[in-house]
Write a protein that binds this ligand. Structure first.
Ligand code: FAD
Length: 461
């Protein structure tokens, strides 16, 4: 491999320029800096950026990189929360956002074929115009790409009933580090293997996605609870009752307080928690489920349950949740956003752990997320310039991750391992699984050029 601090070989750059054209090989400092970040607080500057305009270029770039031992880091929109698109070992960022054609939408086959740089919401809107539905809905859907969603196995509020991105990818065309292109339709196990591989095994060039009919009716309920424990119990009760909400989101008291301040509204009760529940299906099934959900919430101490079945009313109920990120964004310079998951029945325990971290470590930690699948967004608000606070943040993360593993959970529900969770991955995966993953990576990428330094613990300690 090219040593991390060594300049890229001139001959390599010359050949790269020949592949993508002069205009699409970016090496000016400002161009490199513009691709040195994602949604984490980390900055890793690439040595070159290649803007891919035709998919055939990807194989050629990968072949060259393998020949010269140069790291290549695929990048969609760069919206990741775990550093996946950052060139941790230098090398070339492979910019895929220009491959953005929706190649086919087939109502007959209920599928769509897309290039990896298509923005998620653009596919959703295009299929909905034809009465079809692509459910995966990361909150970043207005700017993230479908290639990035596949590589991170992105999820979102709807995933409680519809599943995650991998459940909607039928097959993919993938360029391997050797430059060969494979169609995973030949072996569906490969489709699953590339999902969540975070650009470490291959580069997705085309995705064949599964679609369904758009559900004709929906309803939204918003329930207020006197405590997070009561809300967590309601989540378990709703799932245990066999109801399958399309979305089941929660907000804790800290988040509600900040949203109330932000929107200039009455503050919530001191320990209040809110659940937002969306039902969808036929009009009859939705109408039938509303009173059952209301009843369960009331049995679990909800003191207010509102519902709406029209688009405007539903949006009004969702406004509270949609305001969460904006309301907390300015509280501190940095948001350390962890997406831990615990089994639904253990939600009250993890909530108690987070309460303990807040008080014992004196940290501001608003929590909200996808309660229906036990996925919590634990947002530790902090200031990187405050050394003492950052030491407490490190301790909070250590204690949070330990609690999550002890409760039978997982460190990342949707944001991926990347660089952020890599130091902790050995707590979750056994040495045997890590060794096997290393062997798989070695088979796909013998020289180790694709997104090196991610996911698996580094061997040099
Ligand atoms: C405000 C905000 C809200 C978010 N909400 C959610 C959420 O609700 N749910 C969720 O899951 N995530 C969420 N995210 C995280 C992020 O948007 C997702 O991980 C998304 O899938 C990343 O897509 P991207 O195009 O930005 O990929 P990038 O960040 O560019 O890349 C992510 C990873 O995918 C790899 N990659 C990208 N394209 C390809 C390709 N074609 N082939 C192979 N590898 C590739 C990269 O190497 C990297 O490892 C959020 C982020 C932000 C900033």
């Amino acid at each position: 491999m090219n040593p991390i601090n060594a300049p890229l070989p001139r001959q390599f750059l010359r050949k790269l320029r020949r592949v993508v054209g002069r205009r699409n090989l970016l090496t000016e400092p400002h161009q490199l800096y513009a691709h040195a970040y994602d949604a984490t607080n980390k900055i890793y500057q690439p040595q070159a950026v290649v803007r891919i305009t035709e998919r055939e270029q990807v194989s050629k770039v990968l072949r060259l990189a393998t020949e010269y031992g140069i790291p290549v880091v695929p990048r969609g929109a760069g919206s990741g929360f775990s550093g996946g698109s950052l060139p941790a070992k230098g090398g070339v960022v492979l910019l895929l956002d220009r491959l953005k054609r929706i190649l086919e939408i087939s109502p007959e086959r209920r599928e769509s074929v897309v290039e990896p740089g298509v923005i998620t919401v653009e596919l959703q809107q295009a299929v909905e115009e034809q009465g079809l539905f692509y459910p995966p809905d990361p909150a970043s859907l207005k700017f993230c790409t479908l290639g990035g969603n596949y590589a991170e196995n992105a999820s979102g509020p709807r995933c409680v009933s519809y599943g995650v991105t991998a459940d909607w990818v039928k097959s993919a065309l993938v360029a391997l580090p050797s430059g060969e292109v494979i169609d995973t339709a030949e072996d569906p196990c490969l489709t699953a293997l590339f999902a969540a591989s975070e650009g470490t095994l291959g580069v997705a060039l085309e995705l064949r996605l599964h679609l369904i009919d758009k559900p004709p009716a929906s309803a939204t309920l918003r329930a207020r609870f006197p405590s997070m424990v009561a809300a967590a119990k309601a989540v378990s009760a709703i799932i245990a009752a066999g109801l399958t909400p399309a979305k089941l989101e929660f907000m804790d008291a800290e988040t509600l307080r900040r949203v109330a301040e932000y929107r200039n509204e009455e503050p919530p009760l001191p320990n209040e928690a809110v659940l937002l529940i969306e039902l969808d299906g036929t009009a009859d099934s939705v109408d039938g489920q509303i009173p059952r959900v209301e009843q369960i919430c009331q049995q679990e101490e909800a003191f207010e349950v509102l519902h709406a079945t029209d688009a405007v009313g539903q949006e009004r109920l969702w406004e509270l949740r949609r305001a969460s990120s904006g309301a907390i964004a300015g509280l501190k310079p940095l948001k350390v956003n962890e997406d831990v998951v615990v089994p639904i029945g253990r939600l009250p325990e993890i909530v108690a752990t987070i309460d303990g971290l807040r008080t014992e470590l004196d940290l501001l930690i608003p929590v909200f997320g996808h309660a229906g699948d036990g996925n919590l967004h634990v947002n530790i608000m902090c200031d990187p310039a405050d050394k003492s606070e950052m030491t407490r943040v490190d301790e909070a993360l250590d204690r949070l991750f330990t609690a999550v593993i002890d409760l039978g959970g997982t460190l990342s529900g949707e944001h991926g391992v990347g660089l952020s969770k890599q130091p902790f991955i050995e707590r979750e995966l056994s040495p045997a699984v890590i060794a096997l993953s290393r062997r798989i990576k070695q088979r796909f990428d013998p020289v180790g050029i694709l997104n090196p330094g991610k996911q698996l613990p580094t061997l040099e300690k």
